[in-house]
Design a protein around this ligand. Sequence first.
Ligand code: ADE
Ligand code: ZN
Length: 341
Amino acid sequence: MIGMTDIATLIRSLPKAELHVHLEGCITPEQLVTIGQRNDVNSFESVETARAAYNVSTLGEFLGIFARASEVLLYADDFTEVASAYFDTAAANGVRHVELMLDLQAHTTRGVAVDTVFDGLARAQNYAFNNGLSTSLIVNFMRERDEEEALQLLASLESYRSQIIAVGIDSAENGHLPRKFTKLFQEARKMGLRLVAHAGFEGPPADIEEAIDILQVDRVDHGNRVYEKPELARRLGQLGTAVTVCPRAEVELGVVASLADHPIRRMLADGMRPSLHSDDPAWFGSIVENYIVLAQEIALTRSEVFQLVRNSFITSFLSTPALGLYLAELDAVERSLLSKK
Ligand code: ADE
Ligand code: ZN
């Protein structure tokens, strides 16, 4: 095993894909106050009060403040500003490809037009592309809202198809089964979109089964509670299921007891294909911070770090040629490190 400073440097320098990060989860307390004041939607008087409200310990509390933060985004420029700032930080952290989640209903239900959201994000995506970062969007639908609304919104996304790579579900899990969105996922598949689902975070392992068997997702977001059902964990291992794991969110929202108890090493050993992500960087730190805290706590080896980073590309929705380039780059870095041993 190598020293912790070395592992942190390695993590920062390796090319990575970020597959689980919510646009609205990128709104910092500073942006919340500045954009809120500019738009006259004011949630919070000062950065300090906003920062204090960011202290949460359950998914329910988190979703409350996440909704309040989302409310300050009104105009295309607001979406551009938040996404571009996140893309800058991601690129500085070695991220090369982002599949950015968007809670579209957090905006449309307040009267913000779909055009406004996608126009603002298109500008940020172009800006990122010019800085060497490839990006696409995952439109997440809120589990507590009904499928009919989601179907209507999905139909309105045809003109933004080139910006979107996938559809998912997120928000409140308890009492809102994945199967509620069976038709939505069938329609999205017909549109050629890929499929993801937050499952097994707050809700039970049965939600992961529904996401896989009924919604037929390409990736499970979080999936921590899989180990409450050993036969399901074995099955996901055999399937090589892609799992986007967000260690700090999972610990801070009480889904995993502590970083030391995080199931990541078990997921890797059992044949799943986990990778690490930030979820909501304004609350839970950047992707690199998530890697580093977990690596330090459970002494991830260099080869485990490479495996996680490799998984982030393998389980991304990148084209085959782009994927090949990133994997070749990672292989070259790994070989050069081995030769220096
Ligand atoms: N929205 C943003 N982050 C989320 C999470 N971790 N679970 C559900 N909904 C979310
Ligand atoms: Zn999430």
